[in-house]
Design a protein around this ligand. Structure first.
Ligand SMILES: NC(=O)c1ccc[n+]([C@@H]2O[C@H](COP(=O)([O-])OP(=O)(O)OC[C@H]3O[C@@H](n4cnc5c(N)ncnc54)[C@H](O)[C@@H]3O)[C@@H](O)[C@H]2O)c1
Length: 341
């Protein structure tokens, strides 16, 4: 298939591009490199038919000809700004990039007749579900509490409304919104990895501490109503996540409007993850306690029952040590990420 991967130079998008190339698909990546890595594209280029275009997903002069010339049949849309705190500081950047960017892309797809879309949504669209909604199923009300989550929910609404209109008109369009929980780990063959700058995710922060690049890891909030007082989250391996994309891509048929939570279905506390990182790296790095962060609910983990039953998808990594091991192997060899790689 001919597939456009937006944000394909970023962490998850590059793992998707890698898997699609290995499966023999022709992959076109559009990434403005605001947070992505050209080095990842250079590493993937020998693996197959990869065309990389540097630029904004909303740039019609760039994207429209690519949709036509590369005969795109399906779009996997990873490109986005994805930091909660930054979204509070720069809401317009988030709405422009995430919501207006996706809108521009959909308009271009409409113009040239591309009818399949797989969207990187997020558990942040659920906001702070109460205890009654844990584990989180797709039926949990979506009340995001920050511009990041709202910008993603806007895109889901656009997709549902657009697909409904197409169905009413007897025309073909199908999409899936995958609501990811915390994505972690790297390519098991260590060809590419996770390199966010700035880094806000717990596991890579711990790995940076293990490498001596940080003095310590801060645990935000130790008085939550959880067994060890720290927040509990659901960590899904990036390869399992990409498997979910491939499975849903293959399953999409005319008129589908699908939404799935992608997580392992159980949570690990911040302290458990920090301890697992110490075990895997063999480094007893320092940990300091900080105050709670605004908008961090105590417990978030998925009920993956819908994707498991409808798509026969199941996470193969369920133990944090195994997930961290893959992240560590790449990071140990690339302490500064792609820089100097
Ligand atoms: N990492 C997670 O745990 C997680 C969890 C839930 C959802 N998500 C979603 O998954 C997607 C990928 O996340 P990631 O962790 O790989 O982030 P990332 O920052 O590594 O990747 C995003 C990529 O999109 C590119 N990009 C951003 N805006 C762009 C634009 N306007 N035009 C072209 N390219 C643009 C960036 O340069 C970057 O390479 C995002 O949509 C994010 O919201 C991630």
């Amino acid at each position: 298939m001919n597939i456009l991967v937006t944000g394909g130079a970023g962490y998850i998008g590059s793992h998707a591009a890698l898997r699609l190339l290995e499966d023999g698909h022709a992959v076109t990546v559009v990434d403005d490199l605001s947070r992505g890595h050209r080095e990842a594209m250079d590493l993937l280029a020998p693996l197959g038919d990869l065309h990389f275009a540097a630029g904004d997903i909303g740039d019609r002069s760039l994207v429209l000809p690519l949709l036509e010339d590369r005969c795109i049949e399906l779009v996997m849309h990873f490109a986005a700004r994805a930091y909660v705190g930054e979204s509070v500081q720069m809401p317009l950047v988030y709405y422009r990039n995430n919501a207006a960017g996706a809108l521009a892309l959909l308009e271009m797809m409409e113009e040239v007749g591309v009818t399949r879309f797989v969207f990187s949504s997020t558990c942040a669209t659920y906001g702070e579900p109460g205890d009654d909604f844990i584990p989180i199923a797709e039926s949990c009300p979506q009340h995001p509490i920050n511009p990041y989550g709202r910008s993603k929910l806007h895109v889901e609404h656009m997709l549902f409304d657009y697909a409904q209109m197409k169905a009413d008109a007897g025309e073909d369009f199908a999409f899936a919104a995958l609501r990811y929980f915390n994505v972690a780990g790297s390519d098991v063959r260590e060809r590419i990895g996770e390199d966010h700058k700035p880094e806000t995710h717990l596991i890579p922060i711990c790995l940076e501490a293990a490498l001596g690049l940080r003095d310590s890891v801060t645990v935000f909030g130790t008085d939550y109503p959880t067994p060890d007082g720290t927040c509990i989250r659901d960590y899904v391996h990036v390869e399992d996540l990409i498997e979910a994309h491939i499975t849903v891509m293959d399953a999409l048929k005319r008129g589908d409007r699908r939404a799935y939570n992608v997580g392992i279905g159980r949570g690990y506390s911040v302290r458990e993850v920090v301890d697992a990182c110490r075990r895997v790296t063999g480094v007893d790095f320092a940990q300091v306690e900080g105050p709670r962060r605004d908008g961090d609910p105590p417990v978030l983990y998925a009920d993956p029952g819908k994707i498991e039953s409808e798509l026969v998808w199941r996470a193969s990594y369920t133990n944090p040590d195994d997930i961290i091991e893959t992240a560590w192997r790449w990071r140990r060899d690339h302490p500064h990420g792609y820089e100097g790689a």
